[in-house]
Design a protein around this ligand. Structure first.
Ligand code: FAD
Ligand code: DHB
Length: 393
């Protein structure tokens, strides 16, 4: 099999890239190791930055998002039983975010790809990227029990953190920056209307909690738990009791309970692989970088990467100049490190480190007081949360 761009992975990065290339008249083949149902059901991110929303709309993939997504103009920070709202449009000149789940983004992009786009092969596992530093890179893969080769002009490694494409970059040319955290998030989906109409990020002496949502009738909630926690070890009522404690306010706000339909634990990690390009292999999304989820940057970063890559390829086609492809890694990494910084700041602002001293607790509260008391500090948070415009890198 032969194509211009071989895309490994049908997560948000690979699927959006396929759509952008299709719209630009550049052919591509997508290889995805899992089946369609798995990709469409994997519960992950929920918040789309303004720039991501704009990209999906411009790509012709925003129709259902515009019907069913929930525009959010702010978030609430909760600490010391107090509530402080951050007003996004008021602080950023009109920017906001959209609550629309990653599962739905993927369903929309898969449907478009199967109707209008090039080949998207499920249960097709890439085994290795070969000859990445030549003009004819290849992806060896297994599909329907047979090994095959995809000959490409370019390979996009969109295969997530556990994928194979990163391995094609020689270790001697690679620098990895990593941090793990001694806690994770226990996430639940519950059939109950969200108890607040905006997201609530709560700092509590017992640990962080987040109230989010998937629709007007489905809540998504998270609890900070120690590393290695087994989700099944938490009973449903135990989860609600703990959420209630961490969200407690001095006023009459109440957390509504409902049937829990899904439970899982997500570990937390910061990770950056430099460079994001080796020859004709371009890494995008979680294949190149991971952020802890606090602040919801993961999916949005993946979108930024593939937009940058698609633009660079179009630029090459139109002008003959590889300059944007050559600066791909540098352009993406500027944005990636801003997201790493923000996600780290939000994580350390709101989570309780095991063994935190009373001094550190007070500092954390002082950081929150600073945000609540200073328009400059609020603006800094609001700008990063709603996302920096894509073209600023
Ligand atoms: P992925 O979504 O990981 O997609 C990669 C795809 O490649 C997968 O479909 C995988 O099956 C496929 N693949 C892997 N190896 C191969 C191979 N060898 N051959 C072919 N295909 C392959 N972000 C947030 O903003 N908020 C959250 O709450 C949040 N929660 C998360 C929870 C978990 C458990 C994880 C892992 C991530 C979470 N994230 C969250 C991050 C966000 O979901 C990711 O940043 C986003 O999915 C990145 O998209 P991607 O396309 O780069 O990678
Ligand atoms: C969600 C996840 C996040 O990491 C976050 O900061 C906000 C919302 C969510 O899954 O809804």
């Amino acid at each position: 099999m032969r194509t211009t761009v071989g895309i490994i992975g049908a997560g948000p990065a690979g699927l959006l890239l396929a759509r952008l290339l299709h719209n630009a008249g550049i052919d591509a083949v997508v290889l995805e190791s899992h089946d369609r149902a798995y990709v469409e059901r994997r519960q992950r991110a929920g918040i789309l930055e303004q720039g991501t929303v704009d990209v999906l709309r411009a790509a012709g993939a925003g129709r259902r998002m515009d019907r069913e997504g929930l525009r959010h103009d702010g978030i609430e920070l909760r600490f010391d039983r107090r509530r402080h709202r951050i007003d996004f449009p008021g602080l950023t000149g009109g920017r906001s975010v959209m609550v629309y789940a990653q599962t739905e983004v993927c369903k929309d992009l898969i449907a478009l790809q199967l109707e209008e786009g090039g080949p998207l092969l499920f249960e097709a596992e890439a085994l290795a990227v070969e000859d990445a530093d030549t003009d004819a890179p290849r992806v060896r893969f297994r599909h329907q029990g047979r090994e095959d080769v995809l000959e490409c002009s370019y390979v996009a490694g969109c295969d997530g953190f556990w994928g194979v494409s990163r391995r094609a970059v020689p270790a001697g040319l690679t620098r990895v920056f990593e941090r793990t955290y001694p806690f994770g998030w226990l996430g639940i989906l519950a059939d109950v209307a969200p108890s607040h109409d905006e997201l609530v990020y709560a700092r509590h002496d017992r640990g962080f909690a987040l109230l989010s949502m998937r629709s007007p009738s489905v809540s998504r909630l998270y609890l900070q738990v120690p590393d290695g926690t087994d989700a099944a070890a938490w009973g449903d009522e135990e989860i609600w009791d703990e959420l209630e404690r961490r969200f407690e306010t001095a006023d009459d706000w109440r957390l509504e309970r409902g049937p829990i339909t899904q439970k899982s634990v997500t570990p937390m990690r910061s990770f950056v692989h430099e460079p994001m390009r080796h020859g004709r292999l371009f890494l995008a999304g979680d294949a190149a970088h991971i952020v802890p989820p606090t602040g919801a940057k993961g999916l949005n970063l993946a979108v930024g990467d593939v937009v940058t890559f698609a633009r660079a390829l179009v630029h090459l086609e139109q002008t003959g100049s590889p300059e944007l492809l050559d600066s791909y890694s540098e352009t993406c990494l500027r944005r990636v490190w801003q997201a790493e910084r923000f996600s780290y700041d939000m994580t350390t602002l709101l989570h309780r480190l095991p063994g935190a001293t009373p001094f550190e607790d007070r500092l954390q509260l002082a950081r929150l007081e600073r945000i609540a008391g200073s328009r400059a500090a609020e603006t800094d948070l609001a700008e990063a949360y709603t996302g920096f415009p894509l073209d600023r890198g």
